[in-house]
Every structure is written in C-alpha cells, then in structure tokens.
Design a protein around this ligand. Structure first.
Ligand code: B12
Ligand code: SF4
Ligand code: SF4
Length: 392
C-alpha cells in the first residue's frame, strides 16, 4: 500500500477508530445525491470513512433499562473522538498540500424547499452520507434497517468521514452482506418505522443494496427524540416517558405535520440555545451539555451474532415502561395499569406512576421538578406540582 494511505489509516487508528477504509469519488458516482463528495468539497477525489463501536455492556444495560447513562456517555465520548480523528486527518492532509474537510457527524441536512428551519425538515438529505461512504470504503453493508452493518461490530457503531482532494486507492467492498434478515431491528422499533417485508433498492459503488421501506423520516424522529416511546403492544418503551395518541396517522404527510408541531413546542430543541440541532459539535464538547438519547434500538440491537440480536430484543421486550417520577428521575414499571398519562404544556402526554399522581391530587407528595434531567421533565413536573398545590 502507498505511504499516504498507510499514514491516513494509522492516524485514524491511533486516535480511536476501530475501522477505517478509503474510497475514490468515482466509486460513489452511482450513489444517490448524498453520496456525492463534491457537494461539500468540489475538489474531492476520495473519501476516508471510519467507525467506532459502542460498548456492548453499556448497550445491554440500556436495553434492559438498568442504566441509561453509560450508553449516553459512551456516545458522547465516541462522537468527540470522531471529531478528533477527523480534525487530525484534515490537519495532516492539509500539511501535505491537499484540500480536506470534516463531514459533520450528524444533523447536517441540505436546505429543503419548504423547511424554514430544523423543526420543519422532512427529506433530511445529508450534505454527505456517512453510510454511503462507509459502504464504498469497505467498512460494511446496508442492513435491512438501512444502517451500515459491519462484520466485526454489527450496526452498533458511529460513523465519521473526511473528504479530500488526495487521490487514494480504494479498499475492496465487503462482498457478503452480514445482514441475515433476522428483523430484530424491525421488532425493536417502538414506532414501526421499518417495514417487515417491503423493500427499496439503492445503488452504491457498483452494488445494489436492498433495504426496508421505511415510513417518513419524521416517524423515527418522533420515536428517537422521545416524543413517543410506547411499543405497539404497550408493554415496553424506549427511555422516554412521553407519548402521543396511537396509532400514528396513516398518511406520512400527516406524520410530518405532527412531528413539526411537536418539535416547535419542544423546550429541549429551543433554536436560541445550544443543543444537538443548533450546533452538534459544540454540544458534544460541552461538558455541561446533557446528551440523553432514548432510542437508536434498530441500529444498536444489531450485533454480529444472530443469538445476541435475539437476546438484545428480548431484553427490550422485557424491560418495562419508563415513567417520570416525582423526585425528578425516570424509572421503570412493568404494568401499564400502574401508570397515569398526564397532559403537558408541549402537546404530548407524560407517563407518571399512578400512586404518585393520586398522591399529588390529594396534595400529599413532594415534587422535585428542579431536580429533573431535561427541560421537558421539569416542565411536566411543574404542572404536577401545581395540581398538588391546588389540592393542599
Ligand atoms: C438524516 C439522518 C437521519 C434521519 C433520516 C434517516 C435516513 N434513513 O436517512 C433520521 C432522523 C430518521 C435518522 C434516524 C436514525 N439515525 Co441517522 N442520520 C442521518 C444522517 C444525517 C444522514 C442519513 C443518510 O445518509 N441518509 C441517506 C440514506 C442512507 O437514507 P435512505 O433512507 O436509506 O435513502 C433513501 C432516500 O433518502 C434517497 N436519498 C438518499 N440520499 C438522497 C439525496 C437526495 C438529494 C435525494 C433527492 C434522495 C436521496 O435514496 C434512498 C433510497 O430511497 C446521518 C449523518 C450523515 N451525514 O450521514 C445520520 C446517521 C445515518 N444516523 C445514524 C443513526 C445511528 C440513526 C438512528 C439509529 C438514530 C440514532 N439515535 O442514532 C436512526 C436509524 C433510523 C433508520 N433505520 O434509518 C448513524 C448511522 C450509523 C450506522 N450504523 O449506519 C449516522 C451515520 C450518524 C453517524 N455519524 O453515525 N437519521
Ligand atoms: S437486525 Fe437483523 S435484519 Fe436488521 S439489519 Fe441487523 S441483521 Fe439485518
Ligand atoms: S431509532 Fe428508534 S424510533 Fe428510530 S427507527 Fe430506530 S428504533 Fe425506530
């Protein structure tokens, strides 16, 4: 291998990448528009793709709802590392006289006609797709869920990309797609985003990937951002205590409208504050920013061995239902009958422990709204506190 390629891979690995691969711009010429590196860097000739896997123990605790924090800290740390890898690669390539650019790790959407800001997005076409880059660079293949699945770590990875004007030799594409069609990704989604049978085809780097047909992106946004957490059988949730009325509207355009309404009312997505929508990079480097992802199940249950995927899905199905507690915490109950749904000021319902809600109606409970983790939690508990004070 040429010295430049070796050097690039060494920098990526030394800074924390578990997988790294290279692809020429030409290889991506058959991909959908978000596979075009020239959109961000007109002089681009190559793509450097790298991945960091999640800690499987943290994921197990997240699925079984014994601990939400370790996975979120892991994601925060891994995301920062991806930026560090990218920045070091860019600095090295520039020092060698090439153009180079970091593709932001997430939430980097191309402008959309009809969407004034992030609260109105529908298509969410990225300025460059890390997934397409990763397939072309031989890191993995698209699994049924649409996530990149690697032979070594499954889909439970985060991806980063650097674009450069350097002409680099491509790595071979992975010939056998590691996805075996177990559909545990489908069964792990609380909002039924991923179709069990119907598929769409995508060309990348001379191969045709067949992935699930999905509902509108905003269906996932409602689930993944925690506006709706309850599974269709009402027996388990992701790590959010919030819900909307189900079933969701049949028409995708109605789901889009619903999601826009929810985003605009969400105090944690305030366009005036630092958050993952206003500045992804900065929020991950800010030690005080609470990053609290509640889902990503479809990617993270997907480990290389089928038995592990089935086990992960079982952990989820038996993990119970998340409620917001009067002491500001989120905790888990098993029975829907122990839960009361209360309206919130931001257009969604919150699940509370029935006995705490009834104690509030009698004015007999201390409500520690200021100790809650997110603004939504604080505002929801403030409403419960007002109810409690009226009844004292
Ligand atoms: C937009 C986006 C979302 C949107 C839309 C998802 C999507 N399918 O595109 C939403 C909010 C729903 C989302 C959800 C999730 N995401 Co996301 N997301 C992205 C983002 C910014 C781009 C995704 C992308 O490449 N889409 C294009 C393709 C791959 O999507 P597709 O639906 O399969 O493509 C179809 C159409 O969109 C169309 N098309 C594609 N490109 C274009 C461009 C144009 C101009 C047009 C007209 C059409 C078109 O062609 C395809 C065939 O129909 C990337 C970051 C990045 N810059 O790459 C992260 C990223 C893909 N997300 C990621 C993850 C992990 C998730 C979640 C698990 C949530 C989470 N908390 O992490 C879920 C998974 C949902 C799922 N099953 O897909 C990871 C994926 C890791 C992996 N192993 O693959 C990424 C790479 C972030 C990262 N840095 O690691 N995500
Ligand atoms: S969970 Fe199963 S079906 Fe889904 S992407 Fe992974 S291997 Fe494929
Ligand atoms: S991230 Fe969660 S809500 Fe979104 S598609 Fe995956 S499992 Fe469903």
């Amino acid at each position: 291998m040429r010295q430049l390629e070796t050097h690039i891979k060494t920098i990526a690995r030394e800074n924390g990448a578990a997988l790294v691969g290279l692809a020429s711009r030409k290889l991506l010429s058959d991909a959908p528009p978000s596979g075009d590196p020239g959109y961000l860097l007109p002089s681009a000739q190559s793509v450097i793709s790298f991945a960091i896997p999640y800690d499987q123990r943290a994921l197990g605790e997240f699925f079984s709802k014994t601990n939400w924090r370790s996975y979120n800290l892991d994601k925060k740390e891994n995301t920062r590392l991806l930026y560090v890898i990218s920045d070091n690669l860019v600095a090295f390539l520039k020092s060698e006289g090439f153009d180079a650019l970091t593709v932001d790790i997430n939430n980097n959407y191309r402008p959309e006609p009809g969407a004034q800001d992030v609260s109105e997005v529908v298509a969410m076409n990225p300025d460059f797709s890390h997934r397409y880059g990763a397939v072309a660079a031989g890191l993995g293949r698209l699994g049924w869920s649409g996530n990149v699945m690697t032979p070594q770590y499954g889909s439970a990875i985060l991806l980063g990309t650097v674009l450069t004007s350097a002409k680099l030799n491509s790595n071979p594409i992975i010939e056998d797609n590691p996805c075996d069609g177990c559909k545990m990704c489908v069964a792990s989604c609380p909002v039924e985003m991923i179709h069990k049978k119907e598929s769409v085809k995508i060309n990348i780097a001379g191969i045709t990937e067949e992935i699930a047909r999905k509902r509108t992106n905003n269906c996932c946004w409602i689930g993944c951002d925690g506006y709706h957490s309850l599974s269709p059988n009402r027996k388990w949730t992701n790590w959010s205590p919030y819900r909307v009325d189900t079933p969701f509207p049949e028409k995708d355009t109605d789901v889009d409208e619903l999601c826009t309404r929810l985003r605009k009312a969400d105090p944690d997505a305030n366009p005036e504050e630092l958050n993952v929508y206003t500045n992804y990079r900065e929020s991950f480097f800010d030690p005080d920013y609470l990053f609290f992802s509640v889902c990503a199940h479809c990617a993270n249950v997907c480990w290389p061995n089928r038995e592990d995927r089935i086990e992960n899905r079982k952990l989820l199905a038996n993990s119970g239902i998340v409620v917001l507690r009067a002491n500001g915490n989120r905790s888990v109950v098993q029975e829907q009958s122990n839960i009361v749904e209360m309206d919130t000021p931001f257009n969604i319902k919150v699940a509370l422990l029935r006995k705490e809600y009834e104690a509030a109606l009698r004015g007999e409970i201390e409500i520690e709204n200021d100790r809650a983790l997110t603004l939504k939690d604080r505002m929801a508990l403030k409403r419960l506190k007002q109810l409690c004070q009226q009844n004292r």
